[in-house]
Design a protein around this ligand. Structure first.
Ligand code: AP5
Ligand code: MG
Length: 216
């Protein structure tokens, strides 16, 4: 099963992807997470991507497509996966289509998580991430039991560098201009499912599971 999650910054893609990955036992592949890991480890890719990410811009298509194809060729992807944050441009979607034609695969479902744009700022500014295990929290919606400490591993909670208000607004504008056209692109391909991302995490998840279970 190959699934794609589309939606604006803070729509809940990463949150839902983690739940789906666990329930359906498929890898969660987030291009944002791959880039952040490389930035943390100061790799060549991390150094190349850092400037774009911290300014809220997209990493160039060629670089992004190369890293995603490498990831999809890994063994754990043989029984499907969930893509979070890729594709993000029509060019990336076309490249993915060509890649699947070459390996005789296809995308099963694309979920479009629609959220009220006011929520985008609140969701992103309030997000906190565990610096050790990566678990995601929110200061209002899903706070940790102890301030700035991860419930799972006790690690310190940190804020993403691109979660400042000015960078969030830039990410949103890039999203509206470059990623929104993918909604029509996948409507035309008849694989897009629109979901209300304003609802509670468990409700959104329940709605997604119904669609996945109907598709199997
Ligand atoms: P990426 O990491 O993909 O960021 P994004 O798309 O901006 O999305 P976010 O991760 O901010 O939000 P999310 O939808 O995952 O929300 P989350 O679940 O965390 O990309 C970062 C950067 O990398 C890009 O800007 C770009 O530079 C680069 N990049 C990545 N992919 C690329 C590509 N394909 N091409 C080029 N460049 C690329 O939720 C947010 C918060 O809200 C959390 O605190 C969560 O707890 C809370 N929350 C979630 N759902 C709910 C809910 N239903 N109710 C209440 N709170 C909720
Ligand atoms: Mg995310």
């Amino acid at each position: 099963m190959i699934l794609i999650l589309l939606g604006p910054p803070g729509a809940g893609k990463g949150t839902q992807a983690a739940l789906i990955s666990e329930k359906y036992n498929i890898p969660h592949i987030s291009t944002g997470d791959i880039f952040r890991q490389n930035i943390k480890n100061k790799t060549k890719l991390g150094l190349e991507a850092e400037g774009y990410i911290h300014n809220g811009l997209l990493v160039p298509d060629e670089l992004t497509i190369k890293i995603i194809e490498e990831r999809l060729n890994e063994k754990d992807c043989r029984n499907g996966y969930l893509l979070d944050g890729f594709p993000r441009t029509v060019f990336q979607a076309e490249s993915l289509k060509k890649y699947y034609l070459g390996i005789k695969e296809h995308i099963d479902l694309v979920f479009f998580l629609e959220v009220n744009l006011d929520l985008v700022i609140k969701r992103n500014t309030g997000r906190r991430i565990c610096s050790c295990c990566g678990r995601c929290y929110h200061v209002y919606f899903t706070p940790p039991k102890h301030k700035d400490k991860c419930d799972t591993c006790g690690g310190c909670l940190i804020q993403r560098k691109d979660d400042t208000e000015s960078v969030i607004l830039e990410r949103l504008s890039v999203y509206l201009e470059q990623t929104m056209p993918l909604v029509d692109y996948y409507v035309k391909a008849k694989i897009l499912y629109k979901l209300c991302g304003d609802e509670e995490i468990t409700k959104v998840f329940e709605n997604m599971c119904k669609i996945i279970d109907n598709c199997n």
